[in-house]
Design a protein around this ligand. Sequence first.
Ligand SMILES: [Fe+2]
Ligand SMILES: [Fe+2]
Length: 331
Amino acid sequence: MRSAHGLIGGDPVEPMRLFPLRYPWAYAHVQQAKRNTWFPEEAPLHDDVQDWHERLSEEEHRAVEILLGFFNPMESMVTSNLLLALYPYLTAPEIRLYLARQAWEEANHTMAFEYVIKTLPVDRERVFGMLENHPAVMAKAAFQRQLTEEILQTGTDLHTTEGLQRFLRNMVGFFVILEGIFFYSGFAFALSFRRRNLLRGLNTIIDWVLKDESLHLSFGVHLIRTFLEEYPEVRTPALAGELREMIQKAVALEADYNRALLPQPILGMSAELLNAYVRYVADRRLEELGLGAQFHASNPLRWLAIEIDLPEQVNFFEARNVSYEVGRPRE
Ligand SMILES: [Fe+2]
Ligand SMILES: [Fe+2]
């Protein structure tokens, strides 16, 4: 019998009673998310349109379209996963509060990419068509989709170890792999335009999305670690092997995608360099899951350290009951 006071197992339609908090780190993430609020139209794209016409090459146009062709549909796929696969089962109030907030952020990201796609003179049909006809985009989308469908089609019986493990694979697949590896690779490429003083409006949006995604990743890692503490029967060597394989597969999928994105180096970025960065990021994610590094790669993109690595270092482990006292919400 599951406890009604853990991450899962409560009445799914019971109105929320937030305090006393059981997971203060989750509430701290909600508060941080509120402080990160932004709206797409706050980033003007006029100069980006001019860059597109006057300064970007055909190869660069195509690469931006491939980037949008993956980012854009993933925003709605991650929303569906949050609401359909995770929210029904995770019943702890402060966890649900964060998932609801995250769902809004993902919807905001969808609107942000729509704003970019309708403002920049990209080939809209080509961008949207990639989900059906670009092999590397399709392979990554299929990887994510299968994880959601696994929960939706078979349901998940959280009274069994198998069901709990399926649920865990979903959380790792979305929070750690999609938000923590695939997106980071895309961010790194997008930010290389700004290094050449190009697409500054789009990069402002990328900064804001990155800030949100690094918080989603941080929340996800806390959630997964807490889940493993509450359900220690899930922590089998076989599962550890499966998670490691999932991450290795993701690194291979991203390598294919980056080779399609960058058949030739542009803006000082090559597929080889970007894939070395992906291996570095994957090692960090493996360590965050307590699985130990696989690739032992150093960060080949030192310039990204400030843009990407710093937001992750916000230490939500420090947010304990002391700062979010029982019954006394601070904000
Ligand atoms: Fe997002
Ligand atoms: Fe996200």
